[in-house]
Design a protein. Sequence first.
Length: 468
Amino acid sequence: MRRQEQPTEPYRIKSVEPIRLLSRPEREEKIVAANYNIFKIDAEDIYIDLLTDSGTAAMSNRQWAALMMGDESYAGARSFRRFEKTVREITGKKWVVPCHQGRVAENLVFSTLLEKGQFVPNNTHFDTTRGNCLHKGGVPIDLPCRESESNEPAPFKGNMNTEKLAAFIEEKGANQIAMVIVTVTNNSAGGQAVSMANIREVSEICRGHHLLFYFDCARFAENAYFIKRDEPGYSGKSIEEIVAEMFSYVDGAMMSAKKDGLANIGGFVALNDEDVYRRLAELLILIEGFPTYGGLAGRDLDVLAVGLQEVMDFDYLDFRIEQVAYLGRRIKEAGMPIVEPTGGHAVFIDAGRLLEHIPPEQFPGVGLVTEFYVEGGIRAVEIGSLMFGSTDPESGKFIPAPRELVRMAVPRRVYTNSHLDYIAEAASRIVARKDDIKGYEIARESEFLRHFTCDMRIRQSEPVNMDS
Ligand code: F0G
């Protein structure tokens, strides 16, 4: 494996998309007009967009060629057969339900396999997984391992706490639990990997209690790379072998293929149980489309069939994970504390620790996101008290998120290392004037998922109390 300072791209560029950096006064104007909500800035006014790694990948020449082979037949298209074959090979599951993105896979699975009031333990639910579980009357439970909360670098901080899982099943009784989910990699815990040993242990616990075990496998290939690199006994195995072993432990999987599908849209559910497959397919017809296209065009299915194979290429993964780690190293060198180790798809900056003069109720993450845009036209996203904090309805007390983070998700095969150097340079200029960064307050918010739509304003300093 390459370990030089800058990883080298295992591809060259054949098609380019211009990006434009607005002037600083223009950027200042845009962020004010957006009421300091980065979601409200048009993409064309962003220079480097690290909002998400979802649906933002660049396609390969093979994928563009596959797109032309798309069979747009309503039923039984060749495109679906190619997609189905690839998903079967990767997951080892017989039945494949296509859908247009991950949250539909979640909706289908929870609508079919969850009874009202049942619990769903997960290492950590992603927001839409949690939302869909709640919407179907379930109770999502997060059981991340202990290391996930520490600042110490350790491999596999995405693991599930299996002791807690076993105790939870004992306490509630297996019939109160709809299924156990492991999210690979664990996005909400910083894109951290889950070890094979942990997956195996969760599977043994589930088998022992006749409980269903599913993956949320949006970043399965990135997870397999970490197992190969960091878990004893796996360095000699191929990514394909590791992926096959991972999926051998689960009954089924839901995937947002907008990540490790290397595609701009797509998802699926894969499973072996024919009876459950029939129920999923019936619901699919109602909400997405016929079971051989599931809300996707034939050409999307062909693009996915190729992308799902390409993503397991070792050289691609080695570059991908190293590129994200490189961005993490550079940002840390610039003086910003980050969550370590860096995850597979993103660098998480600890805005709470960087901006100690801004308390959680004044959203240090929003301050940092604003600065990245003003400084460099860079779009990152707050993952802190704006996204996850709340106000106690009775006491009116502010309940902060566990940490005030800012996520920089790296789209796949999109940005070069010089883009990443540019981000690090902006970071060091921000660090130099960090004490001048102000706190923010919410001017207007919606009831659900407020971070997407709320308006923010710079917090006015407290009036000086003349009596004291
Ligand atoms: N599961 C995980 C682990 C995810 O990260 C996401 C999406 C989903 C499910 C939902 O998939 O968006 O295709 O419906 N994560 C994106 C992100 C949005 O930015 O982390 P979707």
